[in-house]
Design a binder for this molecule. Structure first.
Ligand SMILES: Nc1ncnc2c1ncn2[C@@H]1O[C@H](COP(=O)(O)OP(=O)(O)OP(=O)(O)O)[C@@H](O)[C@H]1O
Ligand SMILES: [Mg+2]
Length: 248
């Protein structure tokens, strides 16, 4: 098994020394194997966004290490960090984060345009991932002209077009109606199963979490319980998650 992500004793304290400080992460350790779909659940304020921000190099930890493909990303210099983020990380946000004045095609192309990939190759890759996500028909529209579910598909295509090592999602279904949420989750499951995309998804929602193969529960900046789906059905796993949340 290949560990795509290895997080060791990660801590994060907000605020400068001598000022008011808050320790949001208190020694988080876990890893994600290549091709896994891992969920992270936890109450509001438990440290989920803090964790994802560090894992995606948007923020730096106070101590500890984060290895992606065996490279410690917390030790990278600023410019290397941006380069690494552009190449190895895909991110889907709750509120899509699409650029409204670019077409969907241009939005999806962004990670490749920023890497100076040749126009022809960009064109081919955008067509390929759009077809994979069922959005070929809306590429020349603008984000303002499509539905929420379609927007999240465009955002997913943008997150995957450069073939990143890992896909992060921070409540990716949070702004979607239940039908669009299910469609997105089914697509993520399919990408995970058939294209072996490694996924780490933060969510409050037990239904979304039930699509993961493994769930880590974070509480007050620490990982407590872990649940594995194993051979359970989605419904059985969902019931197990609900029961676990009831105990907390
Ligand atoms: N920039 C900051 N400065 C100081 N404290 C912060 C900062 N950002 C977050 N915190 C604190 O760190 C803790 C964890 O915040 P975080 O945003 O990671 O939580 P979360 O699990 O993502 O919550 P939610 O589910 O509401 O999004 C919270 O108590 C929060 O108030
Ligand atoms: Mg958050």
């Amino acid at each position: 098994m290949i560990e795509i992500l290895k997080v060791d004793q990660l801590t994060k304290t907000y605020g400068k020394k001598g000022e008011k400080q808050y320790q949001a992460l208190k020694g988080v350790t876990f890893s994600v194997e290549k091709g896994e779909f891992v969920g992270i659940m936890g109450a509001s304020g438990s440290g989920k966004t803090t964790l994802l921000n560090i894992l995606s190099t948007l923020d730096t930890p106070t101590s500890g290490s984060v290895l992606v493909n065996n490279q410690d990303i917390t030790k990278l210099k600023k410019n290397k960090m941006a380069d690494f983020r552009g190449k190895e990380i895909g991110f889907i946000f709750q509120d899509f984060n699409l650029l409204e004045n670019l077409t969907n095609r241009e939005n999806i192309a962004l990670p490749l345009s920023l890497q100076n990939v040749k126009a022809r190759e960009i064109g081919d890759k955008v067509e390929e991932i759009a077809s994979r996500l069922g959005i070929s028909q809306i590429l020349d529209k603008y984000p303002g002209e499509i539905s929420g579910g379609q927007k999240q598909r465009v955002a997913s295509a943008r997150a995957l077009v450069h073939n990143p090592a890992i896909l992060y999602g921070d409540e990716p279904t949070g702004a979607l109606d239940s039908k669009s949420a299910t469609e997105l989750l089914e697509t993520m499951k399919d990408l995970n199963k058939n294209d072996h995309v490694s996924i780490l998804m933060v969510t409050h929602d037990p239904y979304s979490a039930s699509y993961a193969n493994r769930i880590l529960f974070i509480k007050d900046g620490q990982i407590g319980k872990e649940l594995k789906k194993d051979n359970k059905t989605g419904e059985e796993f969902y019931q197990e998650i609900i029961a676990e949340l009831g105990r907390r």
